[in-house]
Design a protein around this ligand. Structure first.
Ligand SMILES: Cc1cc2nc3c(=O)[nH]c(=O)nc-3n(C[C@H](O)[C@H](O)[C@H](O)COP(=O)(O)OP(=O)(O)OC[C@H]3O[C@@H](n4cnc5c(N)ncnc54)[C@H](O)[C@@H]3O)c2cc1C
Length: 301
């Protein structure tokens, strides 16, 4: 049956994508892995829910059979929730279909039965518009559409899984750092620090302000001076503190993406042309090894 076929391992995103299908005047068919996941989606407003029944607990193992099912069903679009698992599935299905794919779209609309997608590039600095034709695959993040509501029926869908990969063991990720997304004040260190012991300069300032310590990706991923939970940016934490103070952070777009919602941005950098000053409300041009201890002392008083 033509229409939009949907998968998301998050029920809220599945309901939002059904909402998009409804707004586009299309039928919406939701796929879920197993009966339990299908039950969780019965209020998502779909025309039908397919409960995938097979030999694997990993949705991506069904990618080949899902692709074949979509062709047989005459699907117009496979829309997948942009979660880590969803992205993995979407890419595989698009590979098997050998079709167009747009990932992490911020808006998606039909014009004359052609699908127009808008995606953010370079940390949100640029918007790219893509027009997809024929059966295509898109991934859609949470919060882009009004969720649909309404009862749906469940139909079992027997699919064959590629069982070469299976789950042997699962373990929770142990988080070492603080949850910066909830911090009121953040002091952020960048690659200007010469040695790990110099983090103390930032810790002293953070202590006097009652702030959490954050960093750029390079400090966490290259130098391993702070846990990965501490780095801010497009691939790290997105923060919205009342106060953010950077020291020796150049302000590349991937970092600035994570601080755009900070109330007050104060930047300290030796280079007056550092891009961080464009994002900052207040800037101090100077050597952090001189400026920061003076600032800490002044704040103590
Ligand atoms: C796909 C991708 C994703 C990425 N995601 C992220 C991300 O999520 N978060 C992130 O942070 N980065 C990310 N990056 C990396 C990013 O592009 C930058 O490389 C990184 O943010 C730079 O870190 P930095 O500002 O600490 O270092 P640098 O760019 O080296 O800047 C150091 C700054 O310190 C200043 N300085 C030097 N000495 C002193 C001194 N004594 N006193 C004061 N200032 C001084 C310099 O003038 C300079 O401005 C990503 C990159 C890619 C390609």
């Amino acid at each position: 049956m033509a229409g939009i076929y949907i998968f998301s391992d998050r029920a809220d995103i599945a309901a939002e994508i059904v909402g998009f299908a409804r707004a586009a005047g299309k039928e919406a068919f939701v796929m879920a892995l197993g009966e339990e996941a299908a039950q969780a989606l019965t209020n998502a407003g779909a025309d039908k829910i397919y409960a995938i029944d097979g030999d694997s607990e990993l949705i991506e193992s069904y990618a080949k059979d899902i692709a074949e099912f979509l062709i047989k069903a005459g699907a117009e679009l496979f829309a997948v929730g942009a979660t880590p698992r969803g992205r993995d599935l979407a890419a595989r299905v698009a590979g098997y279909l050998d079709c167009a794919m747009a990932s992490d779209v911020v808006s998606v609309e039909y014009h004359d039965n052609q699908l127009t997608c808008v995606r953010m590039l370079y940390g949100g600095a640029v918007q790219e518009k893509q027009v997809l034709s024929g059966l295509s695959v898109v991934t859609i993040p949470a919060g882009k559409f009004e969720p649909a509501q309404g009862e749906s029926t469940i139909e079992a869908l027997k699919l064959k899984a590629d069982t070469r990969v299976s789950i042997v063991e699962t373990a929770p990720i142990v988080k070492e750092g603080v949850d910066l997304s909830k911090a009121e004040k953040v002091v952020c260190v960048g690659m200007a620090l010469d040695k790990e012991e110099d983090l103390q300069i930032a810790r002293d300032l953070a202590a006097v302000l009652g702030a959490e310590l954050g960093c750029t990706r390079s400090i966490a991923e290259e130098r391993h001076w702070l846990p990965v939970e501490s780095y801010i940016g497009i691939s790290g934490a997105v923060i919205k503190p009342r106060l953010y103070i950077s020291m020796g952070v150049s302000g590349q777009i991937q970092h600035v993406y994570g601080i755009r919602d900070a109330n007050l941005i104060v930047a300290i950098d030796i280079n007056e042309k550092a891009p961080i000053f464009k994002a900052a409300d207040y800037g101090i041009v100077g050597d952090l090894y001189e400026v920061v201890p003076l600032l800490t002392e002044a704040l103590k008083k």
